[in-house]
Design a protein around this ligand. Structure first.
Ligand code: ADP
Ligand code: MG
Length: 365
């Protein structure tokens, strides 16, 4: 289709605010999505994802801020003037129409003639790999196939942006994972901008070029999957994406982001870390450290003294539950097959880490 060149599919939110009474469902969110980019909006339930998507679609109007699509301010335009495709969790296909008639329906609404309708609906059906299913009714298709029909119907009129709100959450795990890859391939193939809402971090990391992490209506961080996992910028992101150990303590002197710090842990001992955000002097600090970045060595080496309270074997890795010298609970992961020593339950060990892997945040933000 190739209509996404340039800025046609560019989406920009400027200072978007949506309030319900005293509650900020969306709290001053600004972000830009490039034409042809796949952006995931990721956050827990109630974090404002759907409200943002509905504001882009034109089904909600913001209290403050602007929505731009293709460089044009559409904040107050009705949905049918925005030329967007939408797919929801519940595929609202018309049960009495055939698959092809369902897909052709938006074209009919737009006054496209019968022959062209049929040709374009068949092409869209082919794109979602359901070429043989056109004459069936929706009820004769599986859940995954119905969701593909919903996608075909959303792209048949070549919208500049495709909005998807948890479209896979009704499917079982295997099918969901298959569809994640398929939607990603489809998006690359037709070059459309996709904004995809999910509360599932694995889904967001798997599918998106960039992920916008939301909490309580606020944009916490916007970045590539690797950046979010390896360099979270807020304590919320560190805790929400992947598995993390948190150790609490205090900091003597203030620090700027990227600066090396030495945190005095609550239970005694110190932890070398790097400030992930601006840290105030004397403030409460939380240090985040991934289980797979924790090295478990024999007693006597450098690092934090600890004891193995439990070793959980899971085939590809063994997870160690550890108790640090100051009473910290920590997890470490030892991959199988790397020839690493696997300590037994009760064994005393030393924990060490690269300071850059221990990221210090303001506690209770
Ligand atoms: P998400 O999609 O991330 O689960 P939503 O955007 O649906 O979150 O909701 C964000 C917040 O706004 C929630 O606290 C929700 O309860 C509230 N909310 C959403 N729609 C309404 C509404 N129509 N009236 C009142 N509160 C709403
Ligand atoms: Mg929602």
């Amino acid at each position: 289709m190739g209509l996404q060149d340039g800025v046609q599919g560019r989406v920009e939110l400027r200072g978007l605010v949506k309030r319900y009474g005293p509650l900020y469902a969306v709290d001053h969110v600004s972000l830009e999505v490039s034409s042809g980019e796949f952006l995931a909006l990721l956050g827990p339930s109630g974090s404002g994802k759907t409200t943002i998507l509905m504001s882009i679609a034109g089904f909600e109007y913001p209290d403050e801020g602007q929505v731009l699509i293709g460089g044009e301010d559409v904040t107050w335009s009705p949905p049918n003037k925005r030329n967007l495709g939408m797919v929801f969790q519940k595929y609202t296909l018309f049960p009495h129409m055939s698959v092809l008639e369902n897909i052709a329906f938006p074209l009919k609404m737009r006054g496209v003639g019968r022959a062209e309708r049929e040709e374009r609906a068949r092409a869209a059906l082919h794109t979602v790999r359901l070429g043989q299913m056109g004459e069936r009714r929706p009820a004769q298709l599986s859940g995954g196939q119905q969701q593909r029909v919903a996608i075909a119907r959303a792209i048949v009129y070549q919208p500049r942006v495709l909005l998807m709100d948890e479209p896979l959450s009704a499917l079982d795990k295997n099918l969901r994972e298959e569809m994640q890859i398929e939607i990603k391939h489809l998006q690359r193939e037709i070059g459309i901008t996709v904004i995809f809402v999910t509360h599932d971090q694995t889904e967001a990391l798997t599918m998106a070029d960039r992920v916008a992490v939301l909490d309580q209506g606020r944009l916490q961080q916007l970045g590539a999957p690797r950046a979010l996992y390896e360099a979270p910028e807020t304590g919320f992101v560190a805790g929400f994406i992947g598995e993390t150990n948190f150790c609490e303590g205090t900091l003597h002197a203030a620090a700027m982001p990227g600066e090396a710090v030495s945190v005095a842990l609550d239970g005694g001992g110190r932890m070398q870390a790097v400030a992930a955000q601006a840290l105030p002097a004397g403030g409460r600090i939380r240090v985040a450290l991934r289980p797979e970045r924790l090295r478990v060595g024999p007693v006597g080496a450098e690092g934090m003294a600890a004891r193995v309270s439990e070793a959980i074997y899971a085939g590809n890795a063994t997870t160690l539950l550890l108790e640090g010298e100051g009473g910290q609970s920590l997890r470490a992961r030892i991959p199988a097959g790397a020839g690493l020593h696997e300590p037994r339950e009760g064994e005393p060990v030393r924990l060490s880490w690269q300071p850059a892997d221990a990221r210090a945040f303001v506690a209770a933000s």
